[in-house]
Write a protein that binds this ligand. Structure first.
Ligand code: FAD
Length: 1091
């Protein structure tokens, strides 16, 4: 189910669930017999029932634990349909990293198979060890023995069973394959300590063909009295037994997990002396390790099974009625139809007759001549209509697929492909599935003769001077004199390095478009795009048509985050080109893999910095050399230097100088991604501050505090954007958040926690943000119809950010100033409609968080004119009738030929188009230093929204952005192969945040900073800046790791401060564990043994 893509078409399918023998689950006095087609969910329910027939309570516990582990397999709907037999056969035949095989081997399960008329029963281990079973063999059932106290006939009265399962995975509650799973069953008795009668130790999913028993370790432990020494020898043996196959990622980490889990399992049985646990009580009942851990608060499995996933959340908003209904937390426009599935996204538009479907063929090489493309299954596939490439561009057209002010990029590679992921052609077929299969089977004939090697690193780009030009007006300005600042410094850090990777947009709706040829050489394109106007320009250029022949329509976008700005253009253009050539409608809805490969992502970068600072932590000078990997096309990359510096300047660095290069490499073009450059800038700033604090052995929070801007220094760093002194709210936010999050008290509690807990450490961190925003010109149109209902068009696109909701509120507010009856309910009369590039021109980009406010302002301009036009009529009617009702006024206005449609183009003043936003966050995390898992215990956010236009919408934006930031800093590993081809290309390999990886408690205050005179109704943007606040989670994790390292040093009896260390982004489990010490268990045991 899902993991192995089904690419073949079969004539017949047999649904095994209808074979009664395969679908039963029963027990006899010896075992439970589970038919192979029984779903995982049914097995879980059965195992949780009390009448499983186990003679001992230990046995019941074992089955409960198996069920609990199974609940972490995939997600509910997969467990409801995925069968236990399917799982085992996948593991047997294809080496799928199964959890089920591991846990079932531990309890000595057997399987029954049938080949022809031959029936066989063999152990699960034997089954897995066989060559892949033939497709004619059928797995009939799985037998799980009922457990008494014996495992292999050993153990008798007075002995106890202990069983535990483990899984270290990026998501504690499942829905992610584990780095390693394990299941241990032991039979122990108590005689002057704990004696192992028998033990089964099974490990799986760590880069092994199938789950294995660590027999050498089992043999070693059997018969032994458990002690620190025995444990030490056992963990050494485990390390030798659990060795991932060559090429497995994080091999050493996975081996270290095996050690951690064995240690977790057995250590409660060991008397380590008074320092820990107090040894083993006489009563062995309940000596399942998880239970015993609660006594000493020391050895816990770190699994979230018993704890609530989320505790609670606090949301504080201050809404104002000054501009009613602006300021109200009204329900998001369209949310009901979105929730019910009735909202029509591009792919929901029914296909017109004769419609074809497209799928991209893309390059897998970074720089190569393309000698030919062969579709292997072309002939078998009925329905492939054409393979569209640059050769199909009509006369007068150009090979152009996207455009920004910095240049254009080709739609398809011509004879030379310049990056892996570059589109080479579009296969067009009768169905999306046929198109996908055909594209997937394409064999591209490459040739690299006479070509230089590709540029795949920023260092290589520097060597070969491969850069994109940054226009001088976009290059940020230096501050002060760096040499002078350095001369004032008491301490210096020279040439420290930071590296940052990419992030995928991972919008829910992947890139999609539908192109429909229209009369007279026109083309209508429905596109999920943040910038329809530019798609229109590009399509017209590609087809060689005047722009008025191309209509691009966008109603709503299913998540954009910047990825549907430039990168949506080639998708729309390719469909238009195919439709133009074939004279048939053509649509595409990219599969996730293609989407992730061709759309680039966030800009990776390498930063080298030198910083000078005083002994009190005040920074006096900072110099940065930043190399930004822009990939092959300019896209929006030349704005990156400005964006990086915009958020980095949140601290007063004294003097600030830099050299920033935007490198042109043979990677896919990097593009805008929520907080592009700003999120990196904020991270760089925090890394520098952390480094300064660690050199000075100071609390990081005090170093942050001392370097926060005064309004004077803010002015020096940000010039006109800084606004007026009362608008600089960061200091107030900083203090208030410190108080409301009880930071001081929590620091103390955390100190105590860290002293008491050996295997879990906590950290807390508070970070500020300053985010520079730019408001851009935006059009709007408001029309009032005969019945008083209002229709609104704006340049901004509804991406889920609530733009339409705010626009509706603004329309109602601005029109209600006419002051007649019935305007209280105007909100219900407003409808915002789709963007149509031929209807409302100059729509521009929906980006940079400010399009909601600029669209609102455009609408306000329209409404003001309408009110002006209606004013005389209203006065006249009022005189005649005393009171005027909205509907009557509008009806009369229509009769009297008042022009009730107004078009506007809001162009912000030069001196107010830039402004700053402020916020701060405090995050507390707990790390499990045995596994590297990070739990976010609590995050408190305070964010300045000015006078929020809709606090509910802004709150959603703040929470969503913060969580997406957690993805960047903690979870989302964006990997490419040696050719630069993205290999984190699916939900299997790319882990966005889920319910179990977000803060257990999330408190948000939408801070109302009052009047911001130059802003739209005093409001401030919320879409992107809060993403930057997630760096607080990363910093808190670093603080927790610092504690772990301190402890590790004490075990080794090494005095003195810890060496500086850097926590990579994303701080995934292996990264955290690596910094805590992959050999932490061995080091701990050694420390006990040398005492
Ligand atoms: C998103 C996702 C996450 C997952 N995460 C995990 C995880 O963390 N841990 C884990 O262990 N599993 C995980 N799985 C795997 C999941 O448990 C299996 O996909 C599921 O159990 C397979 O069941 P199925 O009935 O769909 O198998 P199918 O897809 O129907 O079968 C798989 C293969 O086995 C063959 N087959 C099926 N039944 C028999 C039989 N009786 N005799 C002979 N051949 C047979 C089929 O022909 C096919 O080749 C995940 C799956 C998904 C989709």
């Amino acid at each position: 189910m899902g993991y192995y893509k089904e690419l073949e078409h079969y004539d017949r399918y047999i649904d095994l669930r209808y074979v009664p023998e395969l679908s039963m689950i029963r027990r006899n006095e010896k075992e439970i017999i589970i038919g192979a087609a029984v779903t995982i969910s049914r097995v879980i329910v059965f195992l949780k029932e009390n009448d499983t027939g186990n003679s001992s309570s230990d046995g019941k516990q074992v089955f409960l634990k198996i069920a609990n582990h199974m609940e972490k397999i995939a997600s509910g709907f997969i467990r409801n349909s995925g069968s236990i037999g399917g799982n085992l056969v996948m593991a047997q035949r294809k080496h799928f990293p199964s959890d089920i095989t591991t846990i079932l081997i531990a309890v000595s399960s057997t399987v029954s198979i049938m080949t022809g008329h031959k029936h066989e029963t063999l152990t699960l281990e034997e089954f897995l060890a066989r060559p892949p079973i033939h497709t004619r063999s059928v797995l009939l059932s799985i037998q799980v023995p009922l457990l008494d106290r014996k495992i292999n006939g050993n153990g008798g009265s007075g002995s106890k069973l202990a069983f535990e399962t483990y899984r270290a995975s990026p998501r504690p509650l499942g829905n992610a394959l584990p780095y390693l799973n394990a299941a241990f069953l032991v039979n122990v008795s108590h005689a002057n300590g704990v004696i192992v009668n028998d033990i089964r130790l099974v490990f799986g999913a760590y880069g092994t063909k199938h789950s294995i028993r660590a027999r050498k370790v089992e043999d070693y432990l059997s018969g032994k009295r458990l002690s620190a020494n025995v444990l030490y020898e056992a963990v050494k043996l485990v390390k030798g037994a659990v060795i991932p196959e060559f090429g497995t990622s994080y091999a050493a980490y996975r081996s270290s997990l095996a050690v951690s889990f064995l240690f977790q399992f057995l250590s409660p049985f060991v008397n380590f002396g008074s320092a820990i646990c107090g040894g083993l009580s006489d009563e062995l009942v309940g000596h399942l390790p998880k239970d015993s851990s609660t006594n000493c608060n020391e050895i816990s499995t770190g699994q979230l099974v018993n704890s609530a996933v989320l505790s609670s959340a606090k949301q504080e908003v201050q809404s104002g009625r000054e501009y009613y209904p602006v300021g109200e937390p009204t329900t998001k426009s369209g949310s009901a139809i979105q929730a019910s599935g009735e909202a029509v996204y591009v792919d929901d538009i029914p296909s017109p007759p004769n419609c074809l479907h497209g799928a991209f063929i893309y390059s897998t090489k970074p720089l190569a001549h393309v000698r030919g493309v062969e579709i292997k299954s072309y002939t078998q596939l009925n329905g492939v209509a054409a393979v569209i490439s640059y050769k199909d561009i009509p006369e007068g057209g150009e090979n152009v697929g996207s455009k920004t002010i910095f240049g254009v990029e080709p739609l398809f590679a011509d004879d030379l492909t310049r990056c892996a992921g570059e589109p080479i052609a579009l296969v067009v077929a009768e169905t999306q599935k046929s198109a996908n299969i055909a594209a997937n089977s394409a064999v591209i004939n490459y040739d690299t003769e006479n070509l230089d090697p590709p540029i795949l690193t920023v260092e290589e780009a520097v060597k070969r001077s491969s850069f994109f030009e940054v226009p001088p007006f976009l290059y940020p300005e230096k501050v002060g004199d760096f040499s002078k600042g350095m001369a004032e410094a008491d301490h210096k850090i020279l040439c420290s390095e930071i590296k940052l990777g990419s992030q995928n947009h991972f919008y829910m709706e992947t890139q999609t478009a539908l192109a429909v040829p229209d009369e007279d050489n026109c083309m209508v394109v429905y596109s999920s795009i943040q910038v329809p106007e530019y798609a229109q320009i590009v399509i017209a250029k590609c087809l060689g048509l005047p722009q008025h022949n191309v209509r691009v329509i966008t109603r709503r976008v299913g998540g954009g985050f910047g990825g549907k700005a430039i990168r949506a253009m080639p998708v729309a253009t390719a469909c238009a080109l195919a439709a133009h050539k074939l004279r048939r409608p053509v649509r595409t809805y990219l599969n996730r893999k293609t989407d992730m490969i061709i759309t680039g992502g966030r800009h990776p970068m390498k930063i080298t910095y030198s910083v000078g600072f005083k002994s009190n932590g005040k920074v006096t000078a900072l110099h940065l050399d930043i190399l930004i990997d822009a990939g092959i096309g300019a896209d929006i990359s030349p704005v990156m230097p400005l964006n990086v510096l915009g958020s980095l300047k949140k601290y007063n660095w004294g003097a600030l100088s830099f050299d920033i290069k935007v490198c042109k490499t043979n990677h896919s073009s990097k593009t805008a991604m929520r907080g592009p450059g700003e999120v990196q800038g904020s991270f760089i700033a925090e890394t520098i501050v952390e480094n300064v604090a660690s050199i000075l052995l100071m609390e990081v929070d005090s170093v942050r505090n001392i370097n926060l801007h005064t309004f004077e220094s803010l002015n020096v760093f940000y010039g006109g954007s800084a606004g007026e002194a009362p608008e600089y709210t960061l200091g107030e936010i900083w203090d208030k958040l410190g108080a409301s999050s009880c930071m001081v008290q929590r620091i103390k509690t955390i100190e105590q926690f860290n002293q008491r807990n050996r295997w879990h450490k906590r950290g807390i961190s508070r970070v500020p943000i300053v985010h520079q925003l730019i408001v851009r010109p935006t059009p709007g149109r408001v029309s009032i119809l005969w019945d008083g209902s209002i229709v609104v068009e704006v340049g901004g696109i509804e991406l889920g950010q609530g733009l339409w909701t705010k626009v509706k509120q603004m329309t109602a507010y601005a029109l209600s100033s006419i002051g007649c009856d019935g305007t209280e309910n105007l909100l219900e009369k407003v409808r915002v409609i789709q963007s149509d590039s031929l209807s409302l021109v100059q729509g521009g980009f929906t980006s940079g968080s400010t399009t909601s406010e600029s669209s609102c302002e455009a609408v306000r301009l329209c409404c003001n004119i309408l009110v002006e036009r209606l004013g005389p009529l209203k006065s006249k009617l009022q005189e005649q009738m005393g009171a005027v009702n909205w509907n009557a006024l509008i009806l009369q206005a229509h009769f009297e030929a008042v022009n009730l449609a107004v078009n506007s183009y809001y162009v912000p003043d030069l001196n107010s188009m830039q402004y700053l936003n402020y916020g701060a966050a405090v995050s507390e995390v707990e790390i499990d230093i045995l596994t590297g898992e990070t739990k976010i215990m609590q995050s408190d956010i305070m964010y300045d929204c000015g006078q929020s236009m809709n606090p509910a919408v802004d709150l959603g934006q703040i929470e969503g952005a913060f969580v997406q930031g957690i993805g960047f800093f903690m979870l989302e590993e964006y990997l490419t192969d040696a050719d630069g081809l993205t290999i984190s290309d699916s939900t299997w390999t790319y882990k966005i945040p889920t319910i179990d990886t977000i803060p257990k408690q999330l408190n948000v205050e939408v801070w109302n900073s009052g009047h911001n005179k130059k802003r739209v109704l005093s409001s401030k943007a919320s879409g992107e800046p809060p993403l930057l606040l997630a760096v607080s989670v990363h910093c808190a994790t670093r603080a927790a790791i610092k504690e772990a390292r301190k402890q590790l040093k004490s075990w080794s009896r090494i005095d003195g401060p810890d060496s500086a260390f850097q926590l990579d982004v994303p701080a995934i489990m292996p990264v955290v564990k690596n910094l805590c010490g992959l050999d932490i268990v061995e080091r701990y045991l050694e420390s006990l043994l040398t005492d």
